[in-house]
Design a protein around this ligand. Structure first.
Ligand code: SF4
Length: 189
């Protein structure tokens, strides 16, 4: 029997904005912050330095950056990075394949941000663990009919995977059929 000791959540749930309560850029009576410093022009180095100094001491810096990337928020300084510094990360996030997110979705049923590649990995892991189409539909917030289609596509890909199987670490669609390179999905209950 697999241990069901819950692991602490690593990723922000979609729609959870409670982290903002800890943001040091929140202007309060005894700690006024000029919000304009977070929207500097590229040559306004004083503003950039001041904003980054706040971000450097912010306890939610990482989640702030994640939220900006996941929400495609390309404006202003977020998570200690300027718009220009964040640009390549916005491009790169589409290719992210973070198995801890897949794990939190499958094992804990958490509603975290998933890229297309991560949704594909969820389908693969759900299939591997024998989850029902109803459960898969709930996890991915799709209809049960669509979940059935995803499983059909995955089965079809499995039938053909011996033909070409170089693992690239990325997937191209929700049920593209690339095999999992890890099997660390915990208890898929
Ligand atoms: S990391 Fe910076 S922008 Fe984000 S919440 Fe903290 S202080 Fe504000």
């Amino acid at each position: 029997m697999t241990s069901t000791t819950p692991r602490p959540a690593r990723h922000r749930s979609l729609g959870d904005h409670t982290w903002r309560d800890q943001a040091v850029c929140q202007s309060i009576e005894h700690n006024p912050v000029d919000p304009e410093i977070f929207f500097p022009d590229p040559d306004e180095t004083d503003k950039i330095t001041a904003a980054k100094a706040l971000c450097n001491q912010c306890p939610v810096r990482r989640v702030c950056l994640d939220a900006a990337l996941e929400g495609n928020d390309a404006h202003g300084i977020r998570g200690g990075l300027t718009e220009e510094e964040r640009g390549p990360l916005h491009t790169k996030i589409a290719q992210r394949l973070d198995y801890s997110r897949v794990n939190e979705t499958i094992a804990a049923g958490r509603d975290v941000h998933l890229t297309i590649a991560e949704r594909t990995a969820v389908v693969q892991a759900a299939y591997h663990h024998g989850l029902t189409t109803q459960r898969l539909a709930w996890l991915l917030k799709v209809t049960e009919e669509h979940a059935k289609k995803l499983y059909r596509q995955h089965r079809h890909a499995l039938d053909h995977r011996e033909l070409n199987q170089p693992e690239t670490g990325t997937a191209t669609s929700e049920a593209g059929g690339e095999h999992l390179s890890r099997d660390d999905f915990g208890t898929a209950a």
